[in-house]
Write a protein that binds this ligand. Structure first.
Ligand SMILES: Cc1cc2nc3c(=O)[nH]c(=O)nc-3n(C[C@H](O)[C@H](O)[C@H](O)COP(=O)(O)OP(=O)(O)OC[C@H]3O[C@@H](n4cnc5c(N)ncnc54)[C@H](O)[C@@H]3O)c2cc1C
Length: 489
């Protein structure tokens, strides 16, 4: 089947029988819901770019499984260059959407499960990898959107899955039947889950003996019986239900997260990719995390580019573009965004081949990349808020701007330098507002903090991946405690 167009993707969602809940009500037509539609538009962009000749090199690749053209979001990374292209594609999509375009989680999960299942089969003689390859071919041939479902709701964070007072705090197998398994639990904060055709489920953390039922990876259609989506609130989301577009800021695009409840969902064996192999949970989690932490070195600098452009525009609208401290702050913003991108690219070029044949980014550098992402967008946001001015949070509504009585005051008192209209100035303010406070959810801040793992998860990996004994040896040699290096014989 050909690569889907944006329109074909949107139409394909209409065929889903998904159970979606928002504001306490069941949503019968989620595709046209004004709160949800911007997030669908953001994913539609990932389909659109595959048909843009100038972006084909980034957005389309030849499948290593079928030999056919496939969207990069469904592909396996078969070289470091594939990962570099992924990062560049993500930056471009961040620039064009100004938000999370949601399809990366599935792409990163596909690559982690592909390499992990190969190694499970090597050890256990199972056939997970063969099944997984068949499933990936189906995804590629139908150009489906896949949700990467890792994070469990976790209940008491101090207890392992099997020790939780409520056994459903981590997704687990509740029944094994001749034809498949039945799973129960819930996945939290699931990006783009309502907008995806399929869900790829993985364990969320290292499993230990006793956690066998929780060591499960499988794929399910997102409208399977027993799947319920409870849509996550976004700051100021009800502005999308109002007249006009100005108050929404980024009106066209937005992110999406949902609590995904799996209430006794049946999964046939051919879609089960791990069932009880506790010792491989860490591999799957770490590989997914490295792929996904790397991804943030693409999308977040791209979104940062929009924020930098909006901030520089506000400086112009306010008549201060040449002020030395403003220029310095905007240069600092570029430095931060480019540093994020440099990290994202670095872990690709240092990537290594897995035993299954696909490539894995350098785990240490991928964690450094995401660690920076938990910090730099906060500084970028702080600088944007500094330069934009207080109107960022005090600007009148579009209804006031259009009002026959007070509109003339808004137009007069909100106009900018060099005859910039009040409307343009307000539009730029609400764009910044939506990006930094979260209306285009998830906000540039909190998603950067927790998406792909909270900062401590990266710290643990950075500590684990650092060869401290080697660093100490280097110091001992130069200090003369160990024998110094000889320059000549
Ligand atoms: C916008 C957004 C999108 C996301 N998209 C996805 C997605 O598509 N798919 C997916 O699978 N996940 C997704 N996530 C989930 C993300 O990976 C988690 O938010 C992240 O791993 C943190 O988990 P948590 O939110 O449960 O926070 P918590 O785990 O509760 O963390 C809160 C704090 O508690 C600390 N903490 C937690 N456990 C312990 C412990 N045992 N000991 C000491 N300290 C602890 C953490 O370090 C952190 O400081 C998304 C998250 C966000 C915010």
């Amino acid at each position: 089947m050909a690569l889907k167009t944006a329109q074909e993707y949107i139409d394909s969602l209409r065929a889903l029988k998904s159970d979606v809940w928002l504001f306490g009500e069941k949503v019968e037509n989620f595709v046209d819901h004004p709160v949800i539609r911007p997030s669908i538009n953001a994913i539609a962009l990932t389909y659109k770019i595959a048909h843009e000749p100038e972006h084909e090199d980034l957005a389309v690749t030849i499948s290593s499984l079928t030999g056919e053209r496939t969207n990069r979001f469904t592909s396996l990374f078969m070289s470091p260059d594939d990962m570099v292209k992924k990062i560049k594609m993500q930056r471009m999509l961040g620039q064009r959407s100004g938000c999370c375009f949601q399809r990366c989680v599935g792409m990163d999960a596909i690559n982690a499960v592909y390499s992990s299942t190969f190694e499970i089969d090597e050890k256990h003689g199972t056939e997970y990898h063969k099944r997984f390859k068949e499933w990936v071919k189906y995804i590629q041939q139908n150009d489906l959107c896949v949700q990467g479902a890792m994070t469990d709701v976790k209940g008491d964070r101090g207890q392992s899955p099997s020790k939780q007072p409520d056994p459903d705090m981590f997704v687990h197998v509740v029944e094994r039947r001749p034809d498949g398994i039945v799973i129960r639990g819930a996945k939290a904060h699931q990006t783009g889950s309502v907008n995806s055709h399929e869900m790829l489920i993985m364990p969320t953390l290292t499993m230990r003996e006793g956690d066998e039922d929780y060591s499960v990876s499988c794929a399910i259609p997102s409208d399977s019986k027993g799947v319920h989506f409870i849509y996550g609130r976004q700051s100021c989301d009800k502005r999308k239900l109002e007249e006009g577009d100005i108050d929404v800021g980024n009106f066209m695009f937005g992110g999406q997260e949902a609590l995904t409840v799996l209430d006794d969902v049946f999964v046939p064996w051919e879609r089960v990719f791990m069932d009880g192999e506790v010792e491989f949970s860490t591999m799957m989690v770490e590989r997914f995390a490295a792929n996904h932490r790397q991804s943030y070195g693409g999308c977040k600098p791209g979104i940062g580019d929009v924020l930098i452009g909006a901030t520089a525009s506000m400086a112009e609208y306010n008549g201060v573009p040449r002020a030395s401290h403003i220029r310095d702050k905007i240069a600092e913003m570029s430095h931060l965004a480019e540093t994020l991108h440099a990290c994202g690219l670095a872990c690709c070029t240092q990537g290594t081949k897995t035993r299954a044949g696909n490539y894995q980014p350098d785990i240490l550098l991928a964690n450094v990349c995401k660690m920076n992402v938990t910090r730099f967008p906060y500084e970028l946001t702080r600088l944007a808020e500094d330069i934009a001015g207080g109107a960022l949070v005090t600007v009148p509504s579009e209804a006031d701007l259009r009002n026959p009585v007070v509109g003339k005051y808004v137009e007069k008192y909100f106009k900018g330098a060099n005859n910039v209209s009040a409307e343009d100035r307000i539009r730029m303010l609400t764009l910044i507002n939506s990006m930094t406070f979260g209306l285009t959810a998830p906000s540039y801040r909190t998603e950067s903090m927790h998406g792909a793992g909270s900062p401590q998860a990266m710290k643990v990996m950075i500590e684990r991946q650092t060869d401290m004994n080697e660093k100490k040896r280097l110091a001992r040699v130069l200090a003369g405690i160990d024998e110094r290096e000889k320059l000549t014989d």
